[in-house]
Design a binder for this molecule. Structure first.
Ligand code: GLP
Length: 270
């Protein structure tokens, strides 16, 4: 695992955007896996990716996108749906082709069929090149709540009360949010060629500690990333505050940067 600890949320967004932009420059028809939530907001609209599109000509015209998850039962135009979120915060502001954007259909008549078709669409696209992830304070990725099989595929998942409460905006009644969602499975996520997990704030510190330094456990679905050979955990100081090997990760990153700056020296992996 590569652990990058940045000073604050702004620096995390800049670093993540640089990674995405670099991939798009190298591979304009790349396949991105996209999360929702507050954490990636600065990466999307508020800051970097949309700015890079407008000011630096970063083009999404051939990029293919798959969203990680969606609530069951919400109309795509419902402001709390993840379809509305990703349109509002990214798709509506860049030149991505709507035909290349994919979000799970939480209103499908046969939900499992819709999930199976999603898996197939990911395969047909050649797999996900870069899966960006947030993390729940209980260690979930996507909507893979604690106890999710580490081999799970895209499916229906019942949400925990803490997730519903954490995701409800303070002005709204959490009871209005669906208790059930569709999510790519942990196994689906692990098939991405690279994963980039973002976390901000002290509230995520225990989950980041468990993900990076805890045992591999279905109770902490994000810990399954320990099995992946190309994972970057990109966090701010507060989210890194419970990591025991904090200093070592900083040294490792500094050494990696020196190596990358030196001609032709291969960087350490994973
Ligand atoms: C939701 C999403 C996750 C996201 C998590 C964290 O539960 N399904 O994909 O990572 O929230 O959200 P936030 O970034 O708002 O803390």
């Amino acid at each position: 695992m590569r652990i990058i600890i940045e000073r604050d949320a702004g620096a995390v967004a800049l670093r993540a955007a640089a990674r995405v932009a670099d991939l798009i420059h190298r591979s304009p028809a790349c396949v991105l896996g996209l999360p929702t939530g507050r954490t990636p907001l600065a990466l999307y609209r508020e800051l970097e990716l949309v700015r890079k599109h407008r000011e630096e000509g970063l083009s999404f015209s051939r990029v293919v996108a798959f969203n990680l998850d969606e609530y069951v039962g919400l109309h795509p135009h419902h402001p709390q749906s993840y379809t509305a979120y990703i349109r509002r915060n990214l798709f509506d502001h860049v030149d991505i082709d709507a035909a290349n954007t994919h979000v799970l259909n939480g209103r499908a008549e046969d939900l499992q069929l819709a999930c199976d078709a999603y898996e197939e669409a990911i395969r047909d696209a050649g797999g996900i090149d870069l899966q960006i992830l947030g993390i729940g304070s209980n260690g979930h990725i996507g909507f893979n709540e604690p106890g999710s099989s580490l081999g799970s595929r895209t499916r229906v998942k019942t949400l925990t009360r803490e997730t519903i409460e954490a995701n409800a905006p303070s002005t709204e009644d959490p009871r209005e949010l669906p208790r059930v969602a569709l999510t790519m499975g942990v196994g689906t996520i692990l098939e991405a060629k690279s994963c980039l997990l973002l976390a901000l704030g002290e509230g995520k510190a225990p989950a980041i500690r468990d993900t990076v330094e805890g045992p591999l456990a279905a109770q902490v679905p994000a810990s399954a990333l320990q099995l992946h050979r190309d994972v970057t955990i990109l966090v701010d100081e507060a989210a890194a505050s419970r990591l025991q090997r904090h200093e070592y990760y900083r040294e490792m990153e500094a050494a990696r940067q020196r190596l990358e700056a030196g001609a032709g020296v291969p960087a350490e992996e994973g």
